[in-house]
Design a binder for this molecule. Structure first.
Ligand SMILES: [Zn+2]
Length: 219
């Protein structure tokens, strides 16, 4: 029998997609319009979305940074489902290095979600300056067998980066990434991550509904 008190808790770690959601400067803000409305005498409310694939919590597709990279429809799904470590770091700016995780045993980590101060920003506020991974961090994680790096920040490279070294290193090391997660209120620890990209062809990324499920210690 499944006792209610033993039901694993689910943390929603997605930003809310609404017109007020902050987007990367220059990117298309989220919006919607009506193709049909009940109040106009139609049978249904039918809305039309306008959004960037990088709206809110999302997966980058390799096509984002390389013309020969795959699109969301062709992404492997396994990296987006499975055990994930959530670790809070105190670094507020600059490059995130392995030493930022001193005191945490990440040996064998498959998915690392990095919790920073950016999770505390409201959905309508863009971080002017945020901490970002370094190539050293990507290599450290890849060497341990990691398949996915998740951030609450909006990019795996610095805001003004043009050569995007970590985006390219992640691809070279066979890792995928999630950006703009919201980890506020999630205690550090191990969870099951579920954050599937939509099966979108041709484009450069996909919003995800990212959740963390508490591990069921009875199973
Ligand atoms: Zn992105």
């Amino acid at each position: 029998m499944c006792d209610q008190t033993n039901t694993p808790r689910i943390y929603d770690i997605s930003r809310t997609i609404a017109p007020s959601l902050a987007v990367w400067p220059g990117d298309t803000p989220f919006g919607f319009s009506y193709a049909m409305r009940k109040r106009d005498g139609m049978a249904v409310n039918l809305t039309t979305l306008t959004l960037s694939p990088h709206t809110g919590s999302h997966a980058d597709a390799p096509y984002h940074i390389a013309d020969d990279g795959v699109h969301p429809a062709d992404l492997p799904l396994a990296p987006y489902i499975g055990p994930a470590h959530v670790v809070t770091i105190t670094r507020e700016h600059g490059g995130i290095v392995p030493a930022d995780f001193d005191g945490h045993d990440l040996s064998g980590v498959k998915r690392l979600l990095i919790h920073t101060w950016v999770s505390d920003l409201p959905d309508n506020q863009w971080p002017d300056e945020f901490p970002y991974p370094t190539v050293e961090l990507v290599d450290w994680l890849a060497d341990m067998g990691a398949v996915l790096l998740g951030l609450d920040c909006p990019s795996v490279d610095s805001f003004d980066s043009k050569d995007l070294p970590c985006h390219h290193r992640l691809r070279a090391r066979g890792m995928l990434n999630l950006e703009t997660l919201r980890l506020a209120g999630v205690p550090d620890g191990m969870y099951e991550l579920i954050a599937l990209p939509l099966k979108l062809a041709g484009v450069c990324g996909s919003p995800v509904r990212a959740v963390l499920r508490e591990l069921d210690m009875n199973s």
